[in-house]
Ligand binder design. Structure first.
Ligand code: SAM
Length: 767
């Protein structure tokens, strides 16, 4: 008998197939379907079923093909559009899934799930209003549909309709008392309302019901953080990490919290967490994590002596090699030293020793892959710290010979051994040698090639094409420019980027007092960064203000080129860079909603003159973020600077290096204090910290006077050390004291290093 096109296997056969599915064996079922398709080549049910199985097996292409055939054969059946829509949704093709669910709706106008799925697709595309309408329709069709209440509630929460959202989560919980998402979302509502105590209770309830569900511990941690319970928050983040180790927001939160964490016990988990955070491109600023990371590395019993040079004589080859191999095994340490300067004396000694050991024993280390990895990591460390480690005469002789050997072999068309290259690159950057530009680097040295050769080459091009505004004519500007051309500050690899926010959200997060609320309504802020340095500042700001357009200017072309290169690499496209002196900005004839100048005005001949120019560029309700040195916190720097009687600019890199080495061994208390700063472990940072060609310092009462002269009002300090705010609140628990500069002055008197970085604060036009 001939099979009719479109005929189907009988219901019983299909039912038996369906029943097998929960017991696995998808491949076997696919075989059985294939046999049935021989008799029923155009069976719609078989295509549909096969589509579901391929989907379950994760084969999107095959699953899509099956559903498309089912649609072709039965274009009036809404379910097939829905099934294909689900595949598109799961593969994040949301515009495709939206079209399919819309089509499904035509045939299934009263299907609750179709409306719900369509709502999800709209939500993923950011169309919250349409999404809300779909969820509402799904609830009209089924008024006990918990997921409908929940999803609609989340949209309302996002739209800041907090009370309506709360009502919906409560309705969902009335239907199902064990609906953990409901408690979690109620917690989010309470967090919005600053009712942290109830929020904590709700998150905990959700965790009791579904302990392994993602985000619950994260939300709990975030709330503890808001309550200044930093350690408890960190522990929650760790629990969340065990559930889901690649949540970007979580890793960002951990990255921020590491600034405050110090570990006194070994923990494999903590090591893993920090390593994961550091590996990410934008989860943390490595300098913020480095002390926490070193504390856990040092606590691991295997690493007790890890980052101190071995006691043995350095000519003990076997002893030294064993030590280096052991260090190379520590993945966290190896990652860390490639990312930022390491503010630790023991580490500096070890890395100086390791570099020397490798140099003195090069020939014996040709077949030592772990030593090659370490040597390459040391070269990256030396690049970020501007080759700050001190070398011995003996080493210098070998490095000169090594340089010659490498250049000769390159001239003869041969590629030198990898360890030769990494060793040389730990004393001098590869970019210095034009003949290295054409060689093929081995895989292990890829990162070194990128950072020491490709990126600097890119910067040369960017420098040449940097737009300029006016000439740098003033003497101090020229001196300061020369310093930053020689040592662009800071040389950074990674940074922390958080979710972009609107101005009103930023004001809440930073706890600012806003005098003219019209600024909060600006949805596309224009921002000026006056003195953007190497881009850490401009990129962070451009990313944090949603829909912003940023103009970032600086005196130093090398800094700007570095900034632009990093901006491109991070895919940030709302920053324009311009080579200019603040003193020439008047002629730009532009105004801005936000102006930021951090660590810049105090390097001008007359900071007030610079500030006045910026002030004139501020829109009427605009806000400024300013960073100025604190005289109190920099008392030791001043003592050290005074010994040089103004001759800082004459120090070349070599002199600076040996000066720092001497200072390191000195028993002078001021030098000690200066060297305790994290900024003393790279040449450019050290120069910036202690021997700047131009520096002014301020007191809080001077700042108060300046603000009054400039007709600006103080909106609040930005404190990187969160514990200081906690301490201040304990001292001055009354409401709004954090906006009283006189109180801060008293506080600083008793806590001299509160503003060790600098005073960083927001201020606004006083209209
Ligand atoms: C210490 S860095 C700070 C960079 C950046 N704001 C940050 O926080 O990372 C100071 C920067 O200000 C720049 N600068 C100093 N005086 C300036 C001026 N008159 N006009 C423009 N830029 C200036 C320097 O070139 C340098 O890059």
């Amino acid at each position: 008998m001939q099979t009719l096109y479109g005929s189907e296997p009988d219901d019983n056969t299909l039912r038996l197939l369906f029943e097998k599915l929960p017991f696995g064996g998808a491949e076997q079922i696919l075989d059985e379907i294939a046999q049935l398709q021989y008799d029923f080549p155009l069976s719609i049910n078989l295509f549909n079923f096969k589509g579901a199985i391929w989907n379950r097996l994760g084969d999107v292409v095959k699953s899509t093909r099956c559903y498309r055939r089912a649609i072709l054969l039965r274009p009036d059946e809404g379910q097939f559009y829905s099934s294909l829509g689900n595949v598109f949704y799961l593969t994040q093709n949301y515009s495709g899934s939206t079209k399919l669910f819309c089509r499904a709706k035509v045939n299934q106008p009263n299907n609750r799930n179709t409306h719900f799925n369509l709502g999800n697709s709209y939500r993923e595309q950011g169309d919250l209003e349409r999404a809300a309408l779909c969820y509402k329709r799904s609830l009209e069709l089924d008024n006990r549909f918990i997921d409908g209440y929940n999803s609609l509630g989340l949209i309302l929460l996002e739209l800041k309709e907090i009370n309506e959202a709360e009502l919906l989560f409560n309705t969902a919980l009335q239907i199902d008392k064990a609906f953990s998402k409901g408690y979690n979302n109620l917690g989010l509502v309470q967090k919005h309302k600053n009712d942290h105590e109830t929020a904590l209770k709700n998150f905990k309830r959700a965790i009791c019901i579904e302990p392994d569900s993602p985000n619950l511990y994260f939300n709990l941690g975030e709330t503890h953080w808001k309550e200044d319970e930093f350690l408890i928050a960190f522990k929650c983040y760790l629990k969340e990490f065990v559930i889901c180790d690649d949540n970007k927001e979580l890793l960002g939160a951990i990255g921020l919290s590491l600034l405050l964490m110090r570990f006194t016990k070994p923990s494999f988990l903590v090591e893993q967490v920090i390593h994961q955070v550091l590996k990410r491109k934008t989860s943390c600023k490595p300098l913020h994590a480095v002390t926490a990371a070193l504390s856990i590395i040092k606590n691991n019993y295997k690493n007790i002596e890890l980052i101190n040079p071995p006691k043995e004589n350095e000519h003990d080859f076997q002893g030294g090699l064993k030590h280096l191999r052991r260090v190379a095994e520590n993945q966290l340490f190896m990652e860390l030293i490639t990312l930022c300067s390491i503010p630790d004396k023991g580490c500096e000694d070890f890395l100086t020793f390791a570099r020397r050991f490798i140099t003195l024993n090069l020939e014996k280390l040709l077949d030592e892959p772990s030593v090659l990895s370490l040597s390459s990591a040391i070269a990256l460390q030396c690049y970020v710290n501007d080759f700050m480690f001190v070398d011995m005469p003996e080493e210098r002789t070998i490095v000169s010979k090594l340089e010659e050997t490498i250049l000769t072999s390159l001239a003869g068309g041969a590629t030198p051994p990898s360890i030769f290259l990494s060793c040389l690159a730990s004393y001098k950057p590869i970019i210095k040698y034009p003949s290295m530009r054409s060689i093929k680097f081995p895989l292990e040295l890829e990162c070194l090639k990128r950072r020491q050769l490709l990126e600097p080459l890119e910067q040369i091009t960017l420098r040449e094409t940097m737009p300029s505004h006016g000439k740098i004519v003033r003497m101090v500007s020229q001196k300061v420019q020369a310093q930053y051309e020689q040592n662009p500050y800071p040389k950074w690899v990674k940074l922390h980027l958080s979710k972009p926010m609107l101005l009103d959200e930023i004001a809440v997060v930073e706890g600012l007092k806003i005098f003219d609320k019209s600024i909060l309504k600006v949805v596309k802020p224009e921002v000026l960064i006056a003195g953007c340095g190497t881009g850490q500042h401009s990129i962070t700001t451009a990313n944090s203000f949603l829909n912003s357009r940023v103009l970032a200017i600086d005196l130093s072309l090398n800094s700007l080129a570095y900034a632009k290169m990093k901006t491109r690499k991070l895919g940030i496209n709302n920053i324009d860079y311009l080579h200019a002196d603040i003193l020439n900005l008047d002629k730009l004839n532009r105004q801005f909603d936000i102006i930021e100048s951090i660590g810049v005005l105090h390097h001008m001949a007359d900071p007030l003159e610079g500030w006045q120019i910026l002030r004139r560029m501020l829109r009427p309700s605009g806000m400024m973020r300013i960073g100025l040195y604190s005289a109190r916190a920099r008392k030791s720097v001043t003592a050290v600077r005074n010994r040089f009687k103004g001759n800082y600019s004459q120090l070349g890199d070599d002199e600076l290096r040996s000066l720092r080495a001497k200072a390191r061994n000195s028993s002078d208390n001021h030098w000690r204090t200066v060297l305790e700063s994290g900024d003393a472990y790279s040449l450019s940072e050290f120069r910036d910290l202690a021997l700047h060609v131009q520096e002014h310092q301020f007191t809080i009462s001077q700042i108060e006077d300046l603000l009054s002269d400039l007709n600006l009002k103080f909106c609040g300090f930005v404190l990187t050390d969160y514990t200081m705010r906690q301490k201040f609140k304990k001292h001055f628990p009354e409401k709004n004291t954090e906006f009283d500069l006189k109180k801060w002055d008293v506080f600083e008197k008793n806590n001299e290093y509160t503003f060790a970085g600098m005073y960083q604060f927001w201020c606004q036009s006083a209209t």
